[in-house]
Design a protein around this ligand. Sequence first.
Ligand code: 6CS
Length: 312
Amino acid sequence: ATWKYAIEESITDVQGVYATKFKEYIEKNSDNKIKIYPYGTLGESVDVMEQAQAGILEFVDQSPGFTGTLIPEAQAFLLPYVFPENSKAIDNFFKNSKAINEMFPKLYAKQGLELLKMFPEGAVSITTQEPFTKPEDLNGKKIRVMTSPLLVETYKEFGAVPTPLAWGEVYGSLQTKIIDGQENPMFWIESAKLYEVSEVITDIGHNIFTTAVMANKRFFDSLSKENKKLVKNASEYAFNYILDYQKSIIKKAKEKIKKDKPSIKFVTLTDKQREPFRKGAQNVYKKFVELTGKSGEKILNQMLEDLKEASK
Ligand code: 6CS
């Protein structure tokens, strides 16, 4: 059979490379075929998610930044200052987390989705027109976030005016100065050329961009035992590849940006400068529990335990 798989990025971006590896495994080890639909071919992220839930698509990649309206608990991945900056610990977490491997699949299943993998796409940087070192500097600044209520809370705590937008509106809104900035991993700032319409790229160490690959659950459940195993193995294969891959492209992305726009400023806030942002994060944790109740609290606690374990 031919299985359709939509991603939120282009084929050469991290989600595209993951999907390509997944396809490679499936097609090498079975007669099944994968057709990948990059961003822009089937609509915005929320559109492809609907198509996956309806079974029009067999596979979909959607990031928690968009899934939060469907599965509020998924926003745990957006909580500021939950992830360590140590990449080994991050890898361990994504590999072994009980929250990811046992708890989240149940929540996704309720929405008709078989959660196959969650993986990191790199540390999130913030692009702006002017430098900032403290939340007050962001006062009145419109910062675009993915359409997640929790990201809105986060940027309120960071002093800014959060502006949730679908991806398709981001470049144009920066260009026309409808928004002042946005957040995304470095590879994406480079590949989507967001640096062309930004002056400063700041790291405050607040988040690792996470994404999730899932299958339509009815489709997955209807597969033979053999094909279920095939899909799981393909996910594992792509996952192992992507952990190193996403790390390997950050430096190159930074260099390309510098070369293309020598006037760009890269800023990394010190631990001391990060303190007020960390303090604001405490209120975001409270908000998360408010938004997600007992279920969210339970899964967040498990995540924190998994992260502690992963950092050992
Ligand atoms: O900011 C966004 O909307 C996009 N960012 C990334 C890294 N991937 C897809 C997503 O749509």
